[in-house]
Design a protein around this ligand. Structure first.
Ligand SMILES: Nc1ncnc2c1ncn2[C@@H]1O[C@H](COP(=O)(O)OP(=O)(O)OP(=O)(O)O)[C@@H](O)[C@H]1O
Ligand SMILES: [Mg+2]
Length: 255
């Protein structure tokens, strides 16, 4: 059974129709990358799937359950995590506190779902876990600094770390390597491949950098003006005539 099955998704802002009858499925343990030109509707699709906005038509099933009308926090409880095109952090808080807050959040989610909300892990244990997680991302040396002072790449890394701290089954990453230097991009590709292969996570991503796309995609979907024009094996999609014309055509495409 697919982890996500969405059909007929339609979303319009007052002045623009953004998603037009979009259908997308995400299989467990795939890295499904959605590409498309600027303004194609990729971020809007992620907002609809994560519950930040509701579609005007269409339905979304997650893990067999209709989640179309569930709020974002209810989807987080069910294991859907998301990062944003522009990282969302508690900028004034220290890097360490950002992670501790995410871990506390996870404790509440786990605790309440098991009916043991009173047995929260002591603050000290959460601090230690937070430091370990920061160390595994090479961010421990910045633990005491305000999150707002991190470099762009480190902010994106911290945001991913916060999302993972909630133990999601599915993570949606909106342009995880945007604005990064090539070596940082390669590190993100390696990390995402590790999350899928070793930790069994399912990933839905958007990405403009073609080296990143083909370095991690197990499935590729192309969105163009709010419509899906191709979806399938990455190499087959790359060879698709319409995709070639729109996306990889003369002018160098989008990379
Ligand atoms: N809050 C909003 N109000 C009105 N129009 C919006 C809003 N957000 C996005 N749009 C419009 O919706 C369309 C799709 O935007 P979206 O951000 O989903 O595209 P995208 O594929 O993520 O683009 P990019 O690659 O630049 O991130 C664009 O025409 C955009 O201008
Ligand atoms: Mg976007």
């Amino acid at each position: 059974m697919s982890l996500i099955q969405a059909h007929g998704l339609t979303f319009a802002y007052p002045s623009v129709r953004v998603l037009k009858d979009v259908a997308i499925t995400v299989e467990a343990n795939e890295s499904h990358v959605v590409i498309g030109p600027n303004g194609a509707g990729k971020t809007t699709l992620f907002k609809v799937l994560s519950g930040e906005i509701f579609p005007q038509a269409g339905s979304i099933r997650y893990d067999g359950e209709d989640v179309t009308r569930l709020d974002a926090w209810q989807r987080v409880h069910r294991g859907i995590g998301r990062t944003f095109q522009v990282a969302r952090l508690f900028g004034e808080q220290t890097v360490l506190n950002n992670v501790v807050l995410a871990l506390e959040c996870r404790e509440r989610i786990n605790g309440s779902s098991a009916g043991r909300w009173w047995r929260l892990t002591p603050a000290r244990a959460l601090q230690e876990e937070a430091m370990e997680r920061l160390a595994s991302y090479g961010l421990d040396r910045r633990a005491g600094d305000a999150a707002a002072t991190l470099s762009h790449g480190d902010k994106k890394r911290l945001e991913l770390l916060l999302t993972l701290a909630l133990h999601p089954k599915l993570i949606m990453l909106d342009e995880p390597t945007a604005g990064m230097a090539p070596e940082d991009r390669r590190a993100v590709v390696a990390l995402i491949n590790r999350l899928r292969e070793e930790e069994g996570l399912t990933l839905l991503l958007t990405e403009h950098d073609m080296e990143v796309v083909f370095g991690l995609a197990t499935r590729l979907t192309v969105l163009n003006y709010g419509e899906i024009i191709a979806s399938g094996d990455p190499e087959e999609v790359r060879r698709d005539a319409r995709v070639q014309e729109i996306y990889f055509g003369k002018g160098g495409g989008h990379a």
